[in-house]
Design a protein around this ligand. Structure first.
Ligand code: TNX
Length: 541
């Protein structure tokens, strides 16, 4: 597909060049059927700034001799391309974009966007520019249905403009799940009306550790921030227009110091606690012995369910130290009363109860792979990040779904020395020994962006791009078509677009470090990534 003229990421499944070009002009009409009006409007706005065109919009009409039109059409005939596939035909006279569902039309629009000259990204009108699109035919659909990105706003709060910036970029590369990690030891970032202290107390910390996980240094600067429920609704509707599902994460029963600082009565010891200022795993977690904890968490989750339309709610469940439960009379009583084997069993009991209350709202739970046990319910969606290989396989073979976020490959918080672009590219989620008929239970790859050492949009962009673009391709393009050389060529041209958009991505010598740097890459886990060139390159921002 790589041709001098065009560079599309993710690479489309089938592409055939035809003779000639379509030229977009002031007179081009966008015609679409009723159900696609919003998407048509999105397309019109997308190209209006740089072209200066205020394109005419009309209903879909039949007629063979139409010229200078872009038609957006839904058809049952394309159900073989799935919920998100599309078919794009471009000749000298017209562009015809068809799909089974509107998500497919939306993805097709992103392809048209990448087929237009890079100048289309400019934020000012270009006069007397020729908007040429090469004639071709594309038939395209994703490999995986879960093409995810996770943003940790617990460690650092970025705010809605940064989230929208990320959502726009996700949509550009046909990614469709935004996993929003909203609570952490270091901060609770979502307003819960019933428990105002969660944000009054839990969204603020005195200062932050700097330098890396082993460092004793702190910055002495308070950090705070949270989303009101109104802002959450605004972002959900923004994402919805980009065909991105938002999966919220309330990380429980561990990673909960911010909540416990606000409501220490739901811990084993009663506190007092403060919102964590360092980033290591904390020993205090929610007490699973007390009924009051479940009442509290169910009330919180009721508000979450009320806000987020997602059929999936992520409950974290990672890194839950069992130390407090071992000496807590309430937890021990629960273990005995429920006939549980040990504290591990207590976490399984916790997961099961939260699962039941969420399923009474018609929602599925998702959690990091530590929530899995041999007998986990297959309704759970597991997110694989570290260890648990056999439990994951067991889950897949009983029909459970898994999203892959293998640490060391998909973690965007790591240095490029540890996770270079090529290592990222060759990451393959399907376990080798998994029988083919279970592959369908793998939903896709998600790249998590943990933000202990990421404080602003510059650093966020640098860590995230271009690595996230790799996952866009791994999640979309068929495995047999993987080709790193072709990807790199296309990336060069795509990065020129990101320059125009103002994305502060890591440059080539950083994202593909020397062998020597990569050999020592492992040791960079413990310290903050050095981004010296970021600071010099982007001084202007
Ligand atoms: C592990 S991945 C964590 C996060 C950290 C991350 C740092 C996971 C479920 N837990 O809390 O931020 O490592 O790379």
């Amino acid at each position: 597909m790589q041709d001098n003229k065009i560079s599309i990421i993710p690479k489309p499944v089938n592409l055939t060049f035809r003779e000639g070009n379509f030229i977009l002009t002031e007179q081009t009409t966008i015609e679409s059927e009723k159900g696609l009006k919003d998407t048509a409007e999105y397309f019109k706005n997308l190209i209006s700034t740089a072209t200066g065109f205020n394109l005419a919009m009309s209903d879909l009409t039949s007629g063979l001799n139409k010229s200078n039109t872009i038609s957006l059409e839904l058809t049952e005939k394309l159900d073989n391309l799935g919920e998100e596939g599309y078919c794009l035909k471009i000749n000298q006279n017209r562009i015809i974009l068809t799909a089974h569902k509107s998500a497919g039309i939306f993805h097709g629009i992103q392809t048209i966007r990448q087929l237009l000259p890079i100048e289309v990204e400019k934020k000012a009108k270009l006069s007397s520019f020729e908007w040429v699109i090469p004639a071709l035919e594309i038939e395209d659909y994703p490999r995986f249905s879960w093409r995810g990105f996770m943003l940790d706003e617990g460690r650092h709060f970025f705010g809605k403009n940064v989230v929208k910036h990320i959502l726009d970029l996700m949509a550009y590369f046909k990614m469709n799940v935004f996993h929003w990690h909203l609570t952490e030891d270091q901060g609770w970032r979502i307003e819960i009306k019933k428990y105002p202290k969660l944000t009054e107390v839990g969204s603020k910390r005195k200062e932050s550790q700097i330098g890396g996980f082993l460092s004793k240094n702190t910055d002495g600067t308070p950090h705070e921030g949270y989303y009101t429920q109104e802002e959450i609704k605004e972002i959900i509707s923004y994402a919805d227009k980009l065909f991105i599902k938002i999966v919220p994460e309330i990380d429980i029963p561990g990673h909960s110091m911010a909540a416990l600082a606000a409501y220490p009565e739901f811990s084993c010891t009663g506190g007092p606690f403060e919102v964590s200022t360092t980033f290591s795993v904390k020993q205090d977690v929610f007490c699973v012995g007390k009924e009051a904890t479940f009442k509290f968490l169910n009330n919180v989750l009721d508000e979450i369910v009320g806000l987020f339309p997602s059929d999936i709610i992520h409950i974290g469940g990672d890194e839950v130290p069992k130390k407090r439960w071992e000496t807590c009379p309430d937890c021990q009583e629960r273990i005995e009363k429920e006939g549980l084997k040990n504290e591990k069993g207590l976490q399984a009991y916790f997961t099961d109860r939260i699962m039941k209350s969420l399923s009474s709202h018609g929602r599925r739970i998702m959690g990091w792979n530590q929530i899995l046990t041999e007998s986990s319910n297959k309704e759970i969606i597991a997110q694989k990040w570290l260890f648990g290989k056999n439990l994951i396989k067991n889950h897949l073979t009983k029909g459970g779904n898994v999203v892959f976020s293998q640490f060391g490959y998909t973690y965007l918080d790591y240095s490029y020395a540890l996770t270079s672009l090529s290592k990222t590219y060759w990451y393959e989620p399907i376990p080798k020994s998994l029988l083919k008929n279970y592959h369908i239970n793998i939903l896709g790859i998600e790249a998590p962006m943990w933000t202990e050492w990421v404080r602003n949009v510059k650093e966020l962009d640098w860590q995230t791009f271009p690595r996230l673009i790799v996952f866009a391709e791994s999640n979309w393009t068929p495995r047999e078509q993987k080709n790193f050389k072709s990807f790199k060529n296309r990336l060069e041209s795509i990065l020129k677009r990101l320059d125009i958009i103002g994305v502060q991505y890591a440059h080539k010598k950083e994202y593909q470090p020397s062998i020597v740097k990569r050999i020592f890459g492992f040791f960079t886990i413990f310290r903050e990534p050095k981004r010296s060139s970021l600071h010099s390159r982007w001084k202007a921002f």
